[in-house]
Design a protein around this ligand. Structure first.
Ligand code: HEC
Ligand code: HEC
Ligand code: HEC
Ligand code: HEC
Ligand code: HEC
Ligand code: HEC
Ligand code: HEC
Ligand code: HEC
Ligand code: HEC
Ligand code: HEC
Length: 293
């Protein structure tokens, strides 16, 4: 009913719409549709010069202040994605996401672990269609883009000891479009509580934190000349780095968790006195143990 009324009104006011009826059938109309001469200049008897891409772009930008970094102007104009007259879709879009984007960006083969917003095809949850200065055309700097949905992780980044690579970019460790490794990680990393040690199973961490440092004499996690990382990790039923460390950020120094997750329902407290003269570690796993040189 509403559309019928608007249609009748348009017909009444624009003589052009008497013959060009198709626009009226569509529910979403450009607010300036009625005044055809805004964009079409009649030259002679019903002769309208074809609008060049450059002319179209200038027309649209006369009224709309949008970013223009994407797609590059040699590849597309506004009307690649928007209908200048009317559409079935919101914002005069010519097609739904992700088809609209995948006309030019072919999707990668489906990964083993998919990321919900990518799988759903909501590209603009993370990217701006018109481009931005946050590479690669993200709606905000990367950690903020992810934080709109991952509030709990964002909170950990605001704790006293954030992990610098996580503040920098989540894609240092995760693949936003989906990955063949669990938890969308971009490299090998075990997420098991107990793990038989091989360097490959901790590749993601050891790529930046060399094994010689973590398991060597320079590590702070030692008792005398015994490396306690080796004691806990390098054994057939060793503990994963993630048991003690949180890769995003923590309240305690050295990215040490305050709680150790043991199974889906258990969490046991971990108290660390790393800044005291006599360093100590007190989880519920064992009595408070002193460590240090
Ligand atoms: C008597 C019917 C009629 C009226 C009134 C009419 N048109 Fe058209 N128009 C046509 C037909 C028929 C075509 C050619 C078929 C097509 O391209 O859709 C056409 C084509 C066009 C084209 C495309 C030209 C091209 O070279 O591709 C434009 C632009 C256009 N009309 C604009 C207008 C505007 C603006 C008005 C109002 C000032 C108007 N028309 C009024 C019937 C009409
Ligand atoms: C906001 C600017 C704008 C307004 C207002 C506008 N047009 Fe257009 N029109 C365009 C552009 C741009 C194209 C070229 C489309 C393309 O390249 O995809 C176009 C193309 C056309 C065509 C060619 C066929 C097609 O659909 O692509 C017709 C016919 C036409 N317009 C008619 C009209 C009529 C009639 C009106 C008024 C009722 C009107 N236009 C109002 C921008 C406009
Ligand atoms: C004469 C001014 C004018 C021109 C030229 C113009 N527009 Fe618009 N457009 C408007 C107005 C007014 C609206 C109503 C919503 C608003 O105020 O942004 C609108 C709405 C839109 C919307 C929907 C935005 C929303 O928030 O609902 C899109 C998309 C759009 N225009 C794209 C274009 C494209 C693409 C072109 C060039 C082909 C163009 N416009 C040319 C004035 C214009
Ligand atoms: C690659 C496809 C694409 C191109 C090219 C494109 N847009 Fe858009 N535009 C979109 C999508 C998708 C949205 C909706 C974003 C959303 O859902 O938030 C949008 C939204 C808009 C809006 C609504 C308000 C806003 O700023 O988000 C306007 C106005 C608009 N576009 C105008 C333009 C103009 C003008 C051009 C040419 C300079 C253009 N668009 C080029 C895809 C495109
Ligand atoms: C008309 C073709 C076209 C359409 C449609 C299109 N793009 Fe693009 N896009 C390009 C081109 C060309 C580039 C720049 C060249 C490149 O790096 O691939 C680009 C670059 C990008 C980049 C940055 C890539 C990088 O490596 O920095 C992103 C992200 C992107 N597009 C996302 C989108 C999204 C999201 C949509 C849908 C809303 C979309 N594109 C629709 C052609 C298109
Ligand atoms: C969850 C957020 C998110 C969603 C949803 C998303 N992207 Fe991305 N996209 C990113 C991030 C982050 C990067 C940069 C990855 C990197 O640097 O490793 C990226 C990179 C890109 C690139 C450039 C690099 C490449 O892989 O070619 C293109 C093009 C792109 N995205 C297009 C798309 C399209 C098309 C969609 C929708 C089908 C989409 N993206 C959905 C976050 C997202
Ligand atoms: C539009 C919302 C949205 C955005 C934006 C978003 N995600 Fe997600 N993400 C989800 C949903 C939904 C899930 C699945 C439910 C869950 O595990 O929370 C998910 C799951 C994940 C997972 C866990 C997968 C698993 O196997 O447990 C990771 C890691 C992740 N996202 C990283 C990112 C990164 C990195 C970004 C930014 C590039 C990002 N997300 C942006 C919605 C989003
Ligand atoms: C240094 C590598 C690294 C960086 C950088 C990183 N993550 Fe993670 N992320 C991981 C690892 C490893 C896991 C698996 C944790 C586990 O199983 O205990 C994970 C798990 C997740 C999960 C699953 C749920 C959870 O709370 O464990 C989400 C969501 C997530 N990350 C989002 C993000 C976001 C958003 C960013 C950027 C702000 C980010 N990550 C940066 C390594 C990283
Ligand atoms: C049993 C708990 C535990 C496990 C498992 C663990 N760490 Fe640690 N880690 C610690 C403690 C405690 C410290 C703090 C030492 C101190 O006070 O200086 C530490 C310190 C660190 C440091 C800071 C530099 C240093 O060596 O002192 C890095 C880097 C580190 N761990 C990486 C790792 C990696 C990578 C893994 C997995 C291969 C891992 N940790 C496994 C408890 C653990
Ligand atoms: C892209 C490189 C990179 C990756 C991958 C990475 N880290 Fe880090 N990590 C850093 C940097 C940079 C720092 C801050 C400087 C420093 O203390 O070494 C840091 C700091 C730390 C600290 C605190 C060191 C201290 O002295 O307080 C721990 C613990 C740590 N990382 C553990 C891990 C674990 C566990 C993983 C795997 C989930 C991991 N990191 C993956 C780069 C990385």
């Amino acid at each position: 009913m509403q559309w019928l009324l608007i249609g009748l009104l348009l017909q009444a006011t624009s003589p052009c719409l008497k013959c060009h009826k198709d626009f009226q059938k569509l529910p979403v109309k450009h607010e300036v549709l009625e005044d055809c001469t805004t964009c079409h200049e009649e030259q002679g008897d019903h002769t309208f010069p074809t609008l060049t891409p450059e002319a179209i772009r200038n027309l649209c930008l006369d009224c709309h202040d949008v970013a223009t970094q994407h797609p590059p102007k040699e590849k597309a104009v506004c009307t690649t994605c928007h209908d200048p007259h009317a559409s079935r879709l919101r914002l005069l879009l010519k097609g739904p996401e992700p088809d609209l984007c995948q006309k030019c960006h072919s999707p990668a083969p489906p990964p083993v672990f998919s990321h919900v917003p990518y799988e759903k095809g909501t590209c603009t949850a993370c990217h701006t269609p018109h481009g931005s200065s946050h590479k690669p055309h993200l709606v905000a700097p990367e950690p903020e883009t992810c934080a709109t949905c991952h509030k709990a992780v964002a909170e950990r980044l605001r704790q006293s000891y954030p992990h610098p690579p996580a503040e920098d970019a989540c894609s240092t460790c995760h693949v936003a479009h989906g990955s063949d490794f669990p938890v969308l990680l971009n490299n090998q990393l075990s997420t098991q509580f107990y793990e038989r040690y091989t360097p490959l199973r901790y590749f993601l961490c050891l790529d930046c934190h060399a094994a010689e440092d973590v398991f060597g004499p320079e590590s702070g996690f030692v008792r005398g000349d015994r490396n306690l990382h080796s004691v806990h990790v390098r054994r057939p039923r060793g503990h994963n780095c993630l048991v003690c460390h949180d890769p995003h950020g923590t309240e305690q120094v050295h990215l040490l968790r305050s709680w150790i997750r043991y199974g889906p329902r258990w969490a046991i407290p971990l108290r660390i006195q790393a800044q005291a003269k006599r360093k100590a570690c007190q989880p519920a796993c064992h009595q408070a143990e002193e460590y240090g040189r």
